[in-house]
Ligand binder design. Structure first.
Ligand code: NAG
Ligand code: NAG
Ligand code: NAG
Ligand code: NAG
Length: 465
């Protein structure tokens, strides 16, 4: 373990205290903005009122046009009313993005410096930071250079435990083998809980892990085994950032968690968009490329994706409006960028990388996954940028999409093509306001009551007042 971070950095204590005082007494930029607006708002009201009194003075001094005066009087009063109404509306209804802007608070995160066998060593394989589960790498990397990172664990609200578990790719099929995940994580927890006091003092409740593969912190690729094994005892009290999310009760989300998108490389999206802009020509009407097994799988009474995919294939293969392909193709992003609708049926687990790529490339995602929970619903207004089709209605897909195309397709596309939507689902190597790592931070800032430090601070404040 890195010697530098073992002990409380007493040398720098003065600096931290200063910073804290500044946070306490200084005015934050957002507050300043608000104050400006407040001043401005008062000015307009004041001006309008003076104008009103001045004009009514003029009017009442002119007795010859009594009838007109009343009308003018009414007009002015209503102008003032609507003016102040529009001002107060402006004040209360801002878009989710602007609301969020003010709400990262003073979040502080301490990132454990673990020995390289827990993380960096895995990067020897370049796929580790680009594949579908690479958010475990991307979030760690972005946090290291982020403003919310603190080197003083005593002022941290949360503790990030950077263990990469998805990069042990099978030599047989290239899929991540996650059999070692539980032991790797528990060994990391053993290490931090003996070397530092922070795990024990909160029993891990302010510690954050990433579990970006199929069934999140259940760490198994088969759902029935994942369900049986459940979330490891050691993580049960912590916060897990996971792609897995369903609206019903499921053992693999019985932990405080944030649903995050799977990793899609922002560079690859940028490159594709250079050749195929979102508002460019879309000559494919409905697109899907992926596995379409013929035999549906019955797990715990729930028919998974395979059945939906089978229906799609059987019913629409041969329909000229549908562009369906069963085999891998490296250039599939350009196909998405050329399509109006992109089918996002449930994958192996109830989330889909296609969803992120469709949104990023401006193809309207058609979500066919009953009871899925989508990532960052506070930032991404999913019902406004996608079409949802119930699994049982999949055979009517053609009809349903025709109806959308004839009614509200352009509205959906306009919402979808807002660059803020795409941004929220992509993990950059540095945190950008509004991007996926930023959304994670925002979600954490709303869970600050789980933080040992923050609960102490608020108790202290209660005591003081
Ligand atoms: C990686 O996975 C293989 C099985 O595919 C396993 O034998 C090996 O021990 C794993 N490596 C580590 C470092 O856990
Ligand atoms: C935390 O608790 C564990 C188990 O009780 C113990 O082994 C460990 O030494 C404790 N850590 C510290 C820093 O006291
Ligand atoms: C699916 O599984 C459930 C319970 O595991 C069972 O009751 C049901 O009969 C199965 N359905 C089929 C078609 O095999
Ligand atoms: C588009 O129309 C469909 C019905 O055809 C409706 O279910 C959906 O909510 C509409 N979406 C938007 C964003 O207006």
């Amino acid at each position: 373990m890195d010697q530098n971070h073992k002990k409380k950095p007493s040398k720098n204590k003065g600096y931290y205290v200063k910073m804290k005082l500044m946070h306490k007494h200084g005015i934050r930029p957002q507050q300043q903005e608000k104050n400006h607006f407040h001043k401005y708002y008062k000015w307009i009201l004041w001006l309008s009122l003076s104008l009103y009194f001045f004009t009514s003075y003029l009017i009442s001094n002119n007795n010859n046009h009594n009838h007109n005066n009343n009308i003018k009087h009414h007009q002015i009063t209503s102008t003032i009313k609507s003016l102040s109404q529009s001002l107060s509306i402006k004040k209360t209804t801002s878009s989710p993005q602007t609301l969020q802007k003010t709400s990262l608070k003073n979040l502080k995160i301490f990132v454990y410096d673990l020995p390289p066998k827990y993380n960096k060593n895995w990067l020897k394989n370049p796929r580790c930071k680009t594949h579908l589960f690479a958010s475990e790498v991307a979030i760690h990397r972005a946090l290291l250079t982020s403003d919310v990172r603190t080197f003083d664990p005593y002022e941290a609200d949360f503790f990030f435990v950077p263990v990469y578990v998805s990069c042990n790719f099978s030599t047989v099929n290239g899929f991540p083998a996650i059999g070692h995940a539980r032991s790797l994580i528990s060994s990391a927890v053993k290490l931090i809980s003996t070397e530092y006091p922070f795990w024990n003092r909160s029993t891990g409740s302010d510690h954050v892990f990433v579990a970006s593969h199929d069934f999140g912190s259940c760490f198994h690729t088969l759902e029935d085994v994942a369900m049986k094994d459940g979330v490891p005892e050691i993580m049960k009290n912590s916060i897990v950032l996971q792609t897995f999310g369903v609206t019903y009760d499921h053992p693999c989300q019985k932990v405080e968690h944030v649903v995050i998108p799977p990793f899609v490389s922002p560079e690859s999206v940028r490159n594709t968009l250079e050749n195929f802009p979102v508002n460019g020509r879309r000559d494919i009407w409905v697109f899907f490329r992926g596995k379409m097994e013929v035999h549906p799988k019955n797990v715990s009474g729930r028919f998974y994706s395979k059945k939906v995919r089978t229906v799609i294939w059987k019913k629409f293969n041969g329909d000229r409006r549908f562009y369906l392909r069963r085999h891998r193709f490296a250039g599939y992003q350009s196909e998405i960028a050329r399509s109006v609708f992109c089918l996002c049926p449930l994958g192996w687990a109830p989330w889909s990388p296609r969803l992120v790529e469709s949104v990023a490339l401006g193809c309207v995602p058609v979500i066919i996954a009953d009871s899925i929970r989508l990532p960052f619903s506070s930032a991404v207004n999913w019902p406004e940028i996608s079409v949802t089709v119930a699994e049982k209605d999949v055979w009517r897909l053609g009809e349903i999409l025709e109806k959308v195309a004839a009614t509200n397709l352009s509205i959906i596309q306009r919402n979808l093509w807002d660059p803020r939507t795409r941004k929220a689902l992509l993990f950059n190597s540095r945190v950008h306001e509004g991007d996926a790592t930023w959304q994670v931070l925002h979600s954490l800032s709303e869970k600050v009551d789980r933080s040992y430090r923050s609960s102490r601070v608020s108790r202290q404040l209660e005591f003081d007042t």
